[in-house]
Design a binder for this molecule. Structure first.
Ligand code: URA
Length: 220
């Protein structure tokens, strides 16, 4: 068995799989659902990269706009870039990012199939929590990204992403795993991968949530 395969199997076991259906499977990549891209997208990215609307502009190394398929059916939304993301200019590339990548793989997708972004585009110094005025200043970017991408499903990762996107003080433990709505788009709130690194026993809950997302998107 290759190391890659062994790793995938260990991962699936960790996410609660006990049996694998080895029959040939159909196409599992998400189908492009819209036109995405284009002038609006490029203009939005240019605006974000030049943004100085809040104090985080002074301390950031790079704006972390987002990565993946701008025509994705599935969008993951996190909180804010950490140190690794600030250096590399991409969301979820540190330890929590590696776990998110594993979750995406367990869903039979790749990072290129989905779109990954944060509600805050610049790193808060020392990874402190985002301030309310920073969340307000940055919110138009994630909203416009969603408007252009038009995903079928959004997965919010952790409390800040959920609360900032839906502008409501939800308790993550209360609503995790139940469908919410954002402008007609289904939203699945789940735990942040950084929380899973500290609380591995919660991975099972996240996997239950991701199974609902897979069913919604027709990924079998
Ligand atoms: N945590 C987040 O919420 N986003 C990142 O991009 C990295 C870590």
């Amino acid at each position: 068995m290759t190391d890659d395969l062994a790793h995938e199997l260990a991962l699936l076991r960790e996410f609660g799989y006990t049996h694998l259906d080895m029959r040939a499977q159909g196409e599992v990549r998400t189908a492009p659902a819209n036109d995405g891209g284009g002038d609006d997208w490029d203009e939005l990215e240019r605006e974000a990269l030049a943004c100085t609307k809040c104090r985080l502009a002074k301390t950031r190394t790079q704006v972390v706009y987002g990565v993946g398929n701008p025509k994705a059916d599935l969008m993951f939304i996190g909180e804010a870039p950490g140190r690794d993301e600030d250096i590399q200019g991409q969301p979820f590339v540190g330890r929590a990012g590696a776990l998110l990548t594993d979750i995406i793989k367990a869903m039979k997708l790749t990072r290129d199939d989905v779109y990954i972004a944060n509600v805050i585009k610049c790193r808060p110094p020392d990874n402190r929590n985002p301030e309310p005025d920073e969340l307000v200043a940055c919110r138009p970017f994630i909203r416009r990204q969603i408007d252009i991408i038009k995903p079928k499903v959004i997965v919010t990762l952790g409390r800040f992403a959920l609360q900032s996107l839906l502008e409501k003080g939800f308790s993550i433990t209360a609503v995790r795993g139940s469908w919410l709505d954002f402008n007609g788009i289904k939203v699945m709130p789940t735990y942040h991968p950084a929380y899973l690194l500290r609380n591995p026993s919660a991975k099972k809950d996240v996997w239950q949530d991701m199974k609902k997302v897979m069913t919604e998107l027709g990924i079998s």
